[in-house]
Design a protein around this ligand. Structure first.
Ligand code: HXC
Ligand code: NAP
Length: 213
């Protein structure tokens, strides 16, 4: 059952990073069930292809698997171009690609911090900037950034992910302000803990309390 009108997204095209798994696969499924076609982005092409086939079977809409690492602007641009070539447009961009692990700040390496900033924050910028250039600036659209609530206060073992999600929230506000007049709506979603996802597998493993000692 849906609270939305049937076919409310008919003719729309969504570009969803992280759409091959977890929360963003669920978001893609919901968009497609309401009429949109979609492209899903991740690094693991095999998993992406299987997810795209599954979403098509479930919804009767089209889903393009567009493998790319969001840290690489050239690969992001190629994935956006492939989506526009296939569907003619992009109306909705979801920035859900993320990386995370539990690690005390005291032992987190330079590269460990940078990696999560690169995937979550820089990746969100890379995708949004390239989509703006290709489509959103001249046609308007929607950008939806997937954040978290970790950084609203402080969360142990999550200095890297908290910093990255805070950067994403800041970007959401800046772009909503600068691009609103172009007909681009920029919003964020901050999920709480969602059972059965990779995120929760990583953040609440059976021994997670030991790591705080
Ligand atoms: C400490 C770690 C680490 C760990 C990696 N690193 N895992 N440090 N503890 N468990 C360090 C490495 O040692 C390395 O630093 C650096 O991070 C990069 O590691 P790589 O393995 O080379 O990176 P890469 O192959 O790019 O993989 C990125 C990744 C990986 C983030 C490390 O876990 C990944 O691909 N994750 C994607 C899936 C995911 O995380 N999903 C959950 C999202 S949930 P050095 O110094 O050794 O070079 C989420 C929840 C938010 O975001 C909030 C929930 C409430
Ligand atoms: P997930 O299934 O691991 O989703 C992360 C996705 O990002 C994967 O599909 C992964 O695919 C992709 N990804 C990771 N690094 C990438 C990169 N460099 N380039 C392109 N794609 C990349 O985790 P999830 O738990 O559903 O989380 C989804 C989103 O919700 C994330 O933004 C997360 O921070 C947020 N969130 C989750 C929770 C929760 O409880 N789970 C709570 C708050 C916020 P590949 O591995 O194939 O690249």
């Amino acid at each position: 059952m849906s609270i939305f009108k049937d076919g409310i997204l008919d003719g729309k095209v969504a570009f969803v990073t992280g759409g091959g798994s977890g929360i963003c696969k669920g978001i893609t499924r919901a968009f497609m069930a309401h009429g949109a076609n979609a492209a899903i982005v991740g690094r693991n092409a095999e998993r992406l292809g299987a997810a795209a086939a599954e979403l098509e079977r479930e919804t009767g809409r089209e889903c393009l698997a567009a493998p790319a690492d969001v840290r690489n602007p050239k690969l992001v641009e190629a994935a956006l171009d492939a989506t526009i070539e296939r569907f003619g447009t992009i109306d909705i961009v979801v920035n859900g690609a993320a990386g995370n692990f539990l690690c005390p700040a005291a032992t987190l390496s330079y590269n460990g911090f940078k990696t999560v900033m690169d995937i979550d924050a820089i990746g969100t910028w890379n995708v949004t900037r390239a989509a703006f250039e290709r489509r959103l600036r001249d046609h308007g659209g929607v950008v939806l950034n997937i954040s978290a609530t970790l950084h609203y206060s402080a969360t142990p073992l999550q200095a890297h992910a908290s910093a990255a999600k805070a950067a994403i929230d800041s970007l959401t506000r800046s772009l909503a302000l600068e691009w609103g007049s172009l007909g681009i709506r920029v919003n964020g979603i901050a999920p709480g803990p969602i059972e059965g996802t990779e995120g929760m597998e990583r953040l609440a493993p059976p021994n997670h309390k030991d790591k705080l000692a």
